[in-house]
Structures are given as C-alpha cells and as structure tokens.
Write a protein that binds this ligand. Sequence first.
Ligand code: FES
Length: 142
Amino acid sequence: MESRRDVLNWLLGSWLAGVFGSVIYPISRYLVPPEVPEAAPPSVNAGKAAEIAPNTGKIVPFGTQPVIVVRTSTGELRAFSGTCTHLSCTVQYRPDIERIWCACHNGHYDLTGRNVEGPPPRPLDRYDIVLKDDDVLVVRRA
Ligand code: FES
C-alpha cells in the first residue's frame, strides 16, 4: 500500500515539474531577452559622389535603419536619419520644394534636417559625410 502511494506521489511530482518547467521556462525567456549587439556599423558607403545629382536624395540602409543622403541644388552633400520623428515612416527627398518630406502625414524638414511643417516633433538626426576617393561615406556622429 505504501509503495503504491509512493509511486503515485512520484508520478504526480514528475508531472508537476514538467508542467512547471514547460510554462516557467518560456515565460522567463520572454521576460529576459538575450543580449543583441549593436547592429549598425559606424559608417556605410552610399555610392559614388558623381552619381548623386544636384537636387536629389537617396535612401541608403545604415544597419537596420534608413539614412537619406541629399545633394542640395548648390551641390553640397548632407545626410540625415531617414526615419521620420513623428511615427517613424521613411522620409524622401522632394526636388520640387527642395525639402525632405514624409508622405505618411505630410511632414516637412528643411535641408538642415529641421522640422518645419506638419506633425514631426523634432529634427532629423544628422550624419557626417566623408568623401573617400569618389565614394560617399555616411558616418554616424559621436
Ligand atoms: S510619420 Fe512622418 S509625418 Fe507622421
């Protein structure tokens, strides 16, 4: 009689341990995410300078985030975060008004990255441009 009770207690304990482990372990893995190293590199190559015409802009990936490289109508190269500061849509260059524009809610930025019209609450982050031979390097500011 005693041994049958021991076997049942052992089976019940094993079952509870299994249920506890299969519930608690996934929850603990969800609550404590693994460490992920910074994915964005310190700089990216945005292509040849000669291929970026005046009064144009292009989006280039910077790690997992977009960066917009603009050549002003006077020929100066500038780079900004390509993520709108309102609700994170990707911006684009509008040559007709010479502004960086967000199509999601008609947000406007001037060519210094300053938010000048629409809902964006703050300017776009600025990146540095380094010319290496004819390559345009976009460099994260420190
Ligand atoms: S997300 Fe850009 S204006 Fe709203």
